[in-house]
Ligand binder design. Structure first.
Ligand SMILES: NC(=O)C1=CN([C@@H]2O[C@H](COP(=O)(O)OP(=O)(O)OC[C@H]3O[C@@H](n4cnc5c(N)ncnc54)[C@H](O)[C@@H]3O)[C@@H](O)[C@H]2O)C=CC1
Ligand SMILES: O=C(CO)COP(=O)(O)O
Length: 354
């Protein structure tokens, strides 16, 4: 069992609650910061979070609080499990209580609209701390709460952050793998949400396993293309935070993004879906932000473009899927056969035929 080393989780949603539960079960003193003081009192008295993962009985050692000062004082390691839209704001509020020796780890899978920043970049710019990291992987909060065997990635260029998070979170059902490519891991986690929406939609439309397999593999190609254009290492996409998270989120109705796609496929409007979800589905905003970034940088992202039409311009999913199948033929793995060469060969054949 661990000593009185204090770990703090900021954000008492599904993931923050699941994470706090693991840390406390591993024997660390654990504080959970939630915005609502009444919720903090409820968690401390009932040892359940009535709003998220309400069936999960929380370790009694978790101390919930709505005071950032109380949550952060003396914490060695701080996890930030706040949706991307509120991340920078919460970090600003937390800044007076943070210390440069503390380890800050984001679990957030999205982008900050201003400047198209990843959360690690927001943390770097706002704090200037050196012990920063990102936790990302195929980690459905509901399955973690059931102690299903699960693996994740701590990505950080900092040795201390990687080793500490492996020690604090690792146990008989949660295995923590290390990576130094913080941006690559973070990009994987944020981008896969886009394709989970597409997979949910395909499932609701009765499309089969061939379709899902095509979708996921082409999604991986598109994600890697985007990430390489932004300077990330494509090899990271072969790991748990890339292909691993893509598989789980494109396969499970436990994923909120997948469920958004299913509801769209059934014909519900985006506004209706978001209002009834009651939890964050980061992919909706990510489609919009990535579409604009891809346009700005000239990156070819046909799945993102198609999903944007469905989500924000009222196009029908079946019509968009049909038009995607009619695009010019392309390459399987562009690191092996570049796209331009396929186009060039096709043009040469056309010239011979005519
Ligand atoms: N739920 C999951 O399975 C996983 C979620 N994540 C990521 O973790 C992040 C958090 O997700 P969840 O906990 O699932 O979300 P959630 O929707 O379950 O809960 C969000 C929590 O953040 C709080 N919150 C929202 N805006 C806030 C603000 N401006 N200031 C303070 N608190 C705010 C809400 O009150 C709520 O407690 C997301 O980026 C998500 O993609 C990562 C891995 C797994
Ligand atoms: O990131 C997740 C699993 O790894 C959770 O996905 P959702 O946000 O779609 O529920």
């Amino acid at each position: 069992m661990a000593s009185e080393r204090l770990v703090t989780v900021l954000g008492g949603g599904s993931f923050g609650t699941a994470l706090a539960s693991i840390v406390a079960n591993n024997g660390y003193a654990t504080r959970l910061w939630v915005r609502d003081p009444e919720l903090a009192v409820h968690i401390n008295q009932q040892h359940r979070n009535p709003r998220y993962l309400s069936d999960l009985v929380l370790p009694e050692s978790i101390q919930a609080t709505a005071s950032l000062q109380q949550a952060l004082e003396g914490a060695e390691l701080v996890f930030l499990a706040i949706p991307s839209k509120g991340f920078a704001q919460v970090l600003d509020q937390a800044l007076p209580y943070l210390h440069p020796d503390q380890l800050l780890v984001s679990t957030t899978k999205g982008f900050e609209e201003q400047g198209f920043r990843l959360m690690s970049q927001v943390m770097e710019q706002k704090t200037g701390f050196k012990h920063l990291g990102v936790l990302s992987g195929p980690n459905l909060a509901g399955e973690l709460a059931q102690k299903q065997l699960t693996a994740t990635v701590i990505a950080s260029p900092d040795d201390l952050t990687r080793a500490t998070v492996q020690q604090v979170l690792g146990n008989r059902y949660f295995r923590v793998y290390a990576n130094t490519d913080m941006y690559g891991a973070e990009l994987g986690g944020a981008l896969k949400n886009i394709y989970a929406i597409a997979a949910g939609m395909a499932s609701a439309l009765g499309m089969g396993e061939n379709t899902r397999s095509m979708l996921m593999t082409r999604a991986l190609a598109e994600m890697s293309r985007f990430a390489v254009s932004l300077g990330a290492n494509p090899m990271t996409f072969l790991g748990l935070s890339g292909v691993g998270d893509l598989i789980v989120t494109c396969s499970s109705p436990l994923s909120r993004n997948f469920r958004v796609g299913q509801a769209l496929g059934r014909g519900q409007s985006l506004d209706q879906i978001v209002a009834s979800l009651g939890q964050v589905a980061e992919g909706v905003n990510t489609v919009r932000l990535v579409k604009h970034k891809a346009d700005e940088m000239g990156i070819y992202m046909p799945l993102v473009q198609a999903l944007y039409l469905v989500l924000f311009e009222g196009h029908q999913p079946t019509e968009v899927a049909g038009s995607m199948m009619g695009r010019e033929q392309s390459t399987d793995v562009e690191f092996v056969l570049p796209h331009d060469e396929v186009v060039k060969s096709a043009r040469n054949i056309t010239r011979v035929d005519t």
